[in-house]
Design a protein around this ligand. Structure first.
Ligand code: EPU
Length: 419
């Protein structure tokens, strides 16, 4: 297994460009199933999760072509198989995103039921209950979700809890349903509005994505489109956090700061100076030591759970004590045990982490457990004394494009060690 060797202590400075957003790209690739024509996606990030989604569509019979401009053209019309097998689903839970499109277009789907994962139990009951309200028959059999529907019918659906991929699945399914669907208590993450923009460019009739209530008027078919994946707000936030722990001075280009306002506010509270225009963010850490910041994760527009681990590191080297409450996933503190092995002073009580700032961290051999946990270990390595080796970095390759290259470009010293 490949590892990253990080020599800590370098200040980050310079300019980088944000890659396309993983969590926007995954539902967009899946939505190509709804189209009768070819769809071109631009600015797709080069990530393991994207490869897995392509493998999934490919296994069902989609044609995927990469052109000389690095754009992908996907033709998912006439799939010969409607099954997402366990081998793929177990490596990427977002495979559930093919359920809504398959049901809407082919009237059936067989998807391996995702199990628990490193950050929590992550059931998909909201997806299934809502699709049932649209007329789908769904049974769980031999570890698979077996779903069928002669035709999906528009419905008024209120989600029992806010779910990002659940909202996306239902929004996609409703585009080809009979009549009007209203979705209430939906996720408002920017990736939902991005997906709606793409679907509308294919002829869908979606209103309100990004707000509490989404309405979708079903249409008979969707056409092709050419669509650019917007920048990854969590990638941008992670590099800003890396600058915060290295007393850095960086600029991130290609990112709309409105997608990251709660993170920017918290960075300012640590003592950083943050300036932005409509597509870039400039960051200077003006404090010698970051001030501690309390954080409670919650659905957008509140503080994202996907930035919680990175802020654990900022707090770990802060001048005081901070409280972090994780309200989205029940087990998203796996990085804490590894961070404590690097000299952090963090205790966890249920969904509450109490982080006491320490003068310095020291390098150690640590193990990544999930994507954002890996990012936090890299950040800790960047500000630790000595060398840190982060093992199991396949987690990081799922969601950060060329992370060591981008960090080294900003002045870090990271080497990828072969397995
Ligand atoms: N939940 C249920 N039942 C459901 C669906 C969700 O109980 O049917 C619970 C989950 O267990 C969790 C909460 O609701 O406690 C929110 O889960 P959600 O469904 O919103 O998460 P997701 O759609 O599976 C997406 C992102 C995650 C991100 C979360 C929260 C994608 C592909 N994944 O997951 O991204 O953390 O929303 O914002 O969009 C990451 O990129 O590292 C990542 C984990």
């Amino acid at each position: 297994m490949e590892k990253l060797l990080i020599k800590g202590g370098n200040q980050l400075s310079g300019k980088i460009t944000c890659s396309g957003a993983k969590n926007a790209a995954l539902p967009m690739i899946s939505s190509t199933i709804l189209s009768d024509e070819k769809v071109t996606l631009k600015n797709l990030p080069y990530l393991q999760d994207i490869t897995t989604m392509f493998e999934l569509l490919g296994s069902m019979g989609a044609d995927i072509l990469l052109d000389e401009d690095m754009n992908f053209t996907i033709e998912s019309n006439n799939l010969k198989d409607i099954e997402a097998r366990y081998e793929l689903v177990k490596t990427m839970r977002a495979s559930i995103l093919v359920l809504g499109p398959l049901l809407a277009k082919y009237g059936k789907a067989r998807i391996a039921l995702p199990g628990g994962c490193a950050i929590g139990s992550r059931p998909v009951n909201y997806h299934l209950d809502s699709l049932r309200q649209m007329g789908a028959e769904i049974v769980l059999k031999n570890g698979y979700i077996e779903a069928s529907a002669k035709s999906l019918k528009g419905a008024d659906i209120r989600f029992d809890g806010v779910t990002v991929t659940g909202t996306e699945n239902l929004m996609m399914a409703a585009t080809l349903a009979e009549g009007k669907t209203t979705l209430l208590n939906v996720a408002k993450e920017p990736e939902i509005a991005d997906l709606a923009d793409m679907l509308n460019s294919m002829g869908a009739k979606i209103d309100g994505a990004g707000s509490d209530k989404i309405t979708i008027q079903g249409v008979e078919k969707l056409s092709g489109t050419s669509f650019e994946i917007p920048a990854d707000r969590i990638e941008a936030g992670t590099y800003l956090a890396a600058a915060a722990v290295t007393k850095g001075d960086i600029k991130i280009e290609g990112i709309n700061p409105n997608r990251l306002m709660k993170v920017i506010d918290k960075l300012i509270n640590t003592g950083a100076k943050v300036d932005y225009d409509e597509d870039s963010i400039s960051f200077i850490m003006t404090n010698d030591i970051p001030d501690p910041v309390d954080i409670t994760t919650a659905p957008f527009p509140e503080f994202p759970t996907d930035m919680q681990a990175q802020f654990s590191v900022i707090n770990a080297i802060s001048s005081g004590t901070a409280n972090i409450y994780e309200t989205i996933f029940e087990n998203r503190f796996m990085h804490i045990l590894e961070l404590n092995r690097m000299g952090c002073d963090i205790s966890v009580n249920g969904n509450h982490a109490i982080i006491k700032g320490v003068k310095s961290l020291y390098g150690a051999e640590v193990m990544a457990t999930d994507l954002r946990a890996s990012a936090s270990l890299i950040l800790a390595g960047l500000c630790a004394k000595g060398e840190t080796v982060v093992d199991r970095i396949y987690h990081i390759d799922r969601g950060y494009e060329r992370i060591e290259e981008k960090l080294n470009y900003l002045g870090a010293n990271i080497v990828r060690l072969p397995s």
